[in-house]
Ligand binder design. Sequence first.
Ligand code: GSH
Length: 307
Amino acid sequence: MSEIILHHYPPSPMAEKARLAIGFKGLPWHSVEVPRLPPKPDLFPLTGGYRRVPVMQIGADIYCDTHCILTELEKRSATPTFFPSANPGAALALARWSDDRLFYQAVRIAVAATLESMPPEWVSDRMQLMFGPDQTAEDLQQQMPNTAAQLCAQLGWIDQQLAHNAFVLGDEPSLPDFSIYPIPWVLRARWPSATEAFSQFANLVAWEARMAAIGHGEATEMQSADAIATALACEPETPEQGEPNDPQGLAPGMKVKVCPADAFIEPEVEGILRFVDSDRIGLLHENERVGTICLNFPRVGYRVSPA
Ligand SMILES: N[C@@H](CCC(=O)N[C@@H](CS)C(=O)NCC(=O)O)C(=O)O
């Protein structure tokens, strides 16, 4: 397997999901630290302008979004698996619920709790990025008790699940464990009331320690220039593949654009469709710094339209 390069920054909860997932698979990886705010001059050439973190690079194939990253890790290295039980669909659906609703609520709390301590440019960027033009910092603060109630009620479901299982769906970690773990992880770092709020969830607290023990595996630091040089030296290996029953009629060769479905300020990424199935879309994209790359995005949670 070609070498894994993860573009990320330490405090990112979604990056923590990817770091633990790679550690779980026992794969060595290269760590490229990217800025927390745009411009991200050495990331954008590799992502066509997609700004979110983490991003996984393997040669000239780029995997945007943790869903895409974890499913690709599973494809390339099946053992240990993210799907140990006979419920792979339930694992995917639970992970998606966490990545979407639970993560959104956690971000609302994390941003509201750090409005005064984080630099104003970070606060302003995250307000626009995550919540759009119609919500103010005051809204977030006022709604904090209600958001905390929503989040804790749902973490209570996980706590119940963990009463009889070491991990969310059984005796071994599976996909939803990796999605849910970053939520208490980031809130413990940013929300002063986290310890008190989570103390009612004894099973969840014990599970957090089991998840943390998985670790990040063997990482070596890499400079962003070396990641760019790696992409330039490689050709994308994502195969050409169509999906005869694609609901949007997408097919290889079409010019398309992709962006997160909930984007407020993020640009669409353009490319020539190379791969499509119900779970993933891969676009060929070119620029002089990296040559031809293939940008892979999940279908769920991303909007694809003709370019
Ligand atoms: N659905 C994405 C969400 C990624 C995400 O929102 N990441 C945050 C950091 S945890 C981010 O990119 N923030 C803005 C930035 O770093 O520019 C995933 O699963 O990878």
